[in-house]
Design a protein around this ligand. Structure first.
Ligand SMILES: [Zn+2]
Length: 418
């Protein structure tokens, strides 16, 4: 079999496995797999079977993340390849899962270098059960804070209580931290957006995960009778909000790489015959470069102030959440770019607007991400899909990455021991 035909056959096999995993669900007829659920146990059982078939050892850690490891010398450098296994309610079959199943296929094909590989399926990335994301990767990097452990799910149980119950039910599942000797983390993930498809490319190399600010802008005017208040004497909060929303869009369009969204709006009293006295708008602003995001935010705030001053209203901003951008490791990015090229594909650098486990891993271990084209840009949806040829491309790029990573580390080790 030629290399190309072999990669295609493996890609088909990977897609079959993703669809098999999609049947591990809490909701019959739909895909839903949340943190520490029986459906997640079923997914682990399948993955364990596949890992053992591939000659790997498999375990689940104390936070319910799956880890399959290849054999290597005790002091061998190790590469972690993974993504997450949980889904949003009524999610797709590839978000997260694809990165884990691809990882297994890549580890299985490893041509026996000195490198150890750990394929990881994180237990919780989407934040469905407790309203906070990344519990799996934060447990592995020992970043579970007291505040996070006290969060409660819909049934009133805290994260800590859920972990205690899991430990009791599965005494073998212990918190182990990052596998010893881990020198890098590589995550394959569907893009979840339309950029690669529009560019006609199979793969993208992520340079950074965008920083983000979220908050609420409130416009306060004067409620009044819609029939009797002349246009010149109104302080219409909803009209001011509308003008601001359009200016947010304009500011984002003229700032390279800036993403800004007003996705939520409410008006008071919200009646058909009353001028709105108050309007509240959410704002979500993202950029790979924190100073650019901060500057854009102040331009957006000035736009609101100018609008309310002109219209005789007032406004107030309350920030709900801010997260710094997380750059991927320059060495991992360069290696991923060469791997994509050697696999026969044009390289596209891109910023991830969405959060991923790689942002939790990045402060602890050199991390990199490769995106796969997402047909229709559709994700977090049952119709989410991926092309077999792109999976084959990712698989080939993964092998190239592994090859260079292995050589880089064996040279590095020789240097240190010389
Ligand atoms: Zn995901």
């Amino acid at each position: 079999m030629s290399e190309g035909v072999k990669a295609e056959a493996i890609a088909a096999h990977i897609l079959e496995r993703c669809s098999e995993l999609s049947r591990c669900t809490e909701t019959p007829g739909a895909i839903c797999r949340t943190f520490l659920s029986p459906a997640m146990d079923e997914a682990h059982a399948l993955l364990r079977e596949w890992a053992v078939e591939a000659g790997m050892t498999a375990r689940v850690d104390g936070a319910g993340s799956f880890i399959a490891s290849t054999n290597a010398a005790d002091d061998a450098p190790r590469l972690m390849i993974g993504s997450h296994l949980d889904t949003v309610p009524n999610g797709g079959a590839y978000d997260g899962v694809l990165g884990v199943v691809l990882g297994l296929a890549i580890a299985e094909a490893q041509p026996g270098g000195g490198l150890g590989i750990d394929v990881v399926g994180f237990s919780e990335e989407e934040g469905v059960r407790f309203g906070v994301p990344f519990i799996g990767s934060k447990a592995m990097t020992r970043e579970l804070t007291a505040e996070l452990l006290e969060r409660r799910d819909g049934a009133g149980a805290t994260v800590q209580e859920a972990l205690n119950a899991f430990a009791k039910a599965k005494p073998d599942a212990v918190m182990t931290g990052l596998p010893k000797g881990t020198r890098g983390y590589l995550e394959f993930h569907i893009e979840q957006g339309p950029v690669l498809e529009a560019a006609g490319l199979a793969l993208g190399v992520v340079t950074a995960i965008a920083g983000q600010t979220r908050g609420m802008m409130t416009f306060v005017g004067q409620a009044g009778h819609a029939g009797t208040t002349p246009m010149a004497q109104r302080q219409d909060a909803l009209a001011a909000a509308a003008e601001w929303i359009v200016s947010v869009e304009e500011i984002a369009r003229r700032t390279e790489g800036l993403i800004a969204t007003v996705g939520q709006i409410s008006a008071e009293p919200n009646a058909v015959n009353v001028i709105a006295g108050e309007a509240r708008c959410s704002l979500d602003v993202r950029h790979a470069d924190d100073p650019v995001r901060t500057r854009a935010l102040s331009v957006i705030m000035r736009a609101a102030e100018e609008i309310v001053a002109r219209r005789g209203l007032c406004c107030g901003w309350s920030e709900a959440h801010a997260e710094a951008a997380v750059p991927m490791d320059a060495g991992m990015v360069a290696m991923a770019e060469r791997a994509v090229e050697r696999a026969g594909h044009r390289v596209r650098r891109m910023v991830s607007g969405a959060g991923h486990d790689a942002m939790v891993l990045a402060p602890h271990v050199p991390s990199g991400m490769i995106f796969l084209r997402c047909p229709g840009g559709l994700s977090h949806h049952p119709d989410e899909t991926v092309l077999a040829e792109d999976v084959a491309a990712a698989y080939k790029a993964g092998l190239q990455f592994l090859d260079e990573f292995d050589r880089a580390w064996s040279v590095g080790e020789r240097r240190t021991s010389a």
